[in-house]
Design a protein around this ligand. Sequence first.
Ligand SMILES: [Zn+2]
Length: 440
Amino acid sequence: MTSLPILAPTYTREYRISAKTALETALSSVPAYQTWRRHDRPSADIFARYQAMPVLTKVDLREHQPAEFVPQGRDLAAALARGEVELVKTSGSTSDAVTNVWCQEWWDASEACSWKLHTATESARLGAHREAILASPRCVGFASDVGYLSMEQRTLWNYLFLSEKADPAEWSATFCDRMIEELGRFEPVVFEANPSFLSVLCRHAIKHHRAVYQPAVVTLTYENPSLIHLRHIRSVFSCPVISSYGATESGYVFMQCEAGRLHQNVEHCHVDFQPLAARHGGPAVGRILVTTFHNPWRALLRFDMGDLVRLAAAPCPCGRRQGLTLDAIEGRLANATLSLAGRLVTQREADAAIAEVDGIDQYELVQTGVDTVAVRSVSDTRDPARIEPELRASLQRCYGAAMKITLERVRALSPVLGVKYRLTRADFEIDVDEFLAESP
Ligand SMILES: [Zn+2]
């Protein structure tokens, strides 16, 4: 047993019914879970039944046809023909594409449930609000590699997609000014952004003293924000800046409240937490497996999100008590690295080591071998000769004093395949099973 306090989640009776329905529907009538039935003990507690089940991975999603995740008796081909659902391919930056059945109505309901988790989104009467989006146009919106697109060409319903250019390293000052000017003209209630992309725009605004339109909220999604991004974003936006966590497969899973913790979207999903071994950050740090509720066209059971999270140790001062409460998203397992002693270093931990050094505006850390870490960084404001010894010392405190650190200063950094940045990663494979705590 450990002495580290972990906050036990509380669940309502309605939640237990949703969790039971999701599990039993999948096991009884969804072809992809046919082989899972033998793990079930129907007389056990519902959460023990979940824990007895295997884990669903992206490989499983690729190996099964989308129709195999639809409960029997529902006609996917007919729903596709009616336009009730569509097939959407995800373009993940760390694994191959997965085809998802996309049900807009379910997605919208999941998003609306998540808004209840922060007072600013709860009170903003969201629904048909104007929303500006800044992310890679290869993820959402409209891309143009050659020319520029007009504001009208980048507007769809109540959404304005600010950038048609996928690489922030190539954004000119004029282009950044256009985005700021359009924000002022469009007057969004919500500004949803990839934090890496928004950080580049904010650095431009800071450097050139531009006034930027203030929406009701800025929501950060697509990537786990760096402390450096948050610094840039908060110096430009005085409204609440809220992290929203989810995925195409899962919908909205966690959202940050006004007290800064993340709460589970309990009306929409169940989350199983599997702690890492104590030397790697467990039992507070672990991976999460998501089961979605109420999606008529896709049963997702114990889907491995590929992310590590940190459970809160105490109840959140905001008063929300249901489901899991997180202190932080620790980052993707695919972005984890290892200390010289073989301890898992999450993206959040490596980021904190880099962010404590003043003057770094952007970076990319790659562990090229077990004893070598290479960092490429961008600094607009501070002499690299002063940054380098501080950065080296901070990284050696994190990874071990004998870790070899190579540093390179660059003008700008680009997202992987024009989709997302990977702030940290190892060049070798890290298998989560080696880091999980032993099952009880
Ligand atoms: Zn809270």
